[in-house]
Design a protein around this ligand. Structure first.
Ligand code: TYM
Length: 333
């Protein structure tokens, strides 16, 4: 079946292994299937929901494009563009924010995590960000949205918004209700320093994550320093509930080698962590080092990256502007 794929990544720097294994790796597979139409968006409007340095933001937008391409997304097959250049996203977000309910947004756990203790000081954009995300998806009639586990709740909200819009305005099936594509086993990669915390670009310690721009020595160093426990490698999947760091590292290994967690456990059962870490380093370096080198190479040719964005914006705008015109008509403008 042909799928219409839409997904987005924030250009906030430090794209990491979690972004890669949770989302971008899946983008590449979907891009490689000729039946699919894929759109990958650099969500710069989402990025400014927390403070950004304008100069860095511009670089980070290019770096995100470079990361997509270096990971294997082909800009000739997929549309790659930045959100702020297609005005329908901001317009759509406003209209849909009049459809979404406060009660729905109040339930979003990511806002609670990101806003922290001082909710009063969070931007309104950070609060309403899932509505913008819904606009992103719904403008393109996306049927499938590949994301990591942390975006699951936002996708459920997007589905609710689409259904309410269709019901409220009596336009059955006008907004396509999208399906999430979430890899089951390894959809949440955790910090290398704390197996209970998500690997994240905002974590202060760089040792907590493998960045996609890390070189071989950085990868080796970070895995050697990654937290483990004093026991030998686990024998059974049940042991992992109590051993979060072992679970995370085995999950990363399994995802990189496209094997099941069960098989990875079998391979290393009872061995020392150091032996396992050697193998993990090998897999990581094989996968990440070429991506890292390619990102750096692509970043030297800014005009190439800008041309890709320009081309993508033109194509995305063609689709989104038609949809937003219909949305405005339906609303009564
Ligand atoms: P963002 O930029 O935080 O993350 C980009 C993608 O990476 C995934 N991800 C992870 N997956 C596994 N383990 C982790 N530790 C990890 N950290 C991040 C995220 O789930 C995501 O898929 N709101 C979105 C971007 C967005 C979007 C959209 C996505 C905007 N509009 C429309 C899909 C469709 C976000 O902030 O992702």
């Amino acid at each position: 079946m042909s799928k219409k794929i839409f997904s987005g990544v924030q250009p906030t720097g430090n794209l990491h292994l979690g972004n890669y294994l949770g989302a971008i790796k899946n983008f590449v597979e979907l891009n490689n299937d000729n039946n699919n139409k894929c759109i990958f968006c650099v969500v710069d409007l989402h990025a400014i929901t927390v403070k950004q340095d304008p100069k860095e933001l511009k670089n980070n937008i290019r770096e995100t494009v470079a990361t997509f391409i270096a990971s294997g997304i082909d800009p000739k097959k997929s549309i790659i563009f930045n959100q702020s250049s297609v005005t329908a996203h901001a317009e759509g977000a406003w209209i849909l924010s009049c459809v979404a309910r406060m009660g729905w947004l109040n339930r979003m756990t990511q806002f609670k995590e990101k806003a922290g203790k001082d909710k009063e000081k969070a931007s309104i954009g950070l609060y309403s960000y899932p509505v913008l995300m819904a606009a992103d998806i719904l403008l393109y009639d996306a049927t499938h949205v590949p994301v990591g586990d942390d975006q699951k709740q936002h996708l459920e909200l997007c589905r609710d918004i689409a259904q309410k819009f269709n019901n409220d305005f009596g336009v059955k099936n006008f907004l396509q209700v999208p399906e999430p594509l979430i890899q089951n086993e390894f959809s949440r990669i955790m910090s290398l320093k704390d197996g209970s915390k998500k690997m994240s670009k905002s974590e202060l310690s760089d040792l907590s994550r493998i960045n996609l721009t890390d070189d071989k020595n950085q990868i080796i160093n970070k895995i050697k320093k990654a937290k483990t426990d004093p026991l030998p490698m686990p024998q059974d999947i049940k042991d992992l509930d109590e051993r979060l760091e072992a679970k995370n590292l085995l999950g990363i290994y399994s995802s990189l080698t496209n094997s099941s967690l069960h098989n990875s456990i079998k391979t290393f059962a009872g061995k020392n962590f150091s032996e396992f870490k050697e193998k993990l380093i090998e897999e990581l370096v094989n996968k990440i080092e070429p991506i890292s080198n390619e990102i750096k190479k692509l970043l030297r040719d800014k005009s190439y990256l800008d041309r890709i964005l320009l081309d993508g914006v033109e194509k995305a705008d063609l689709i989104a502007s038609k949809k937003i015109e219909r949305i405005k008509e339906i609303v009564g403008f």
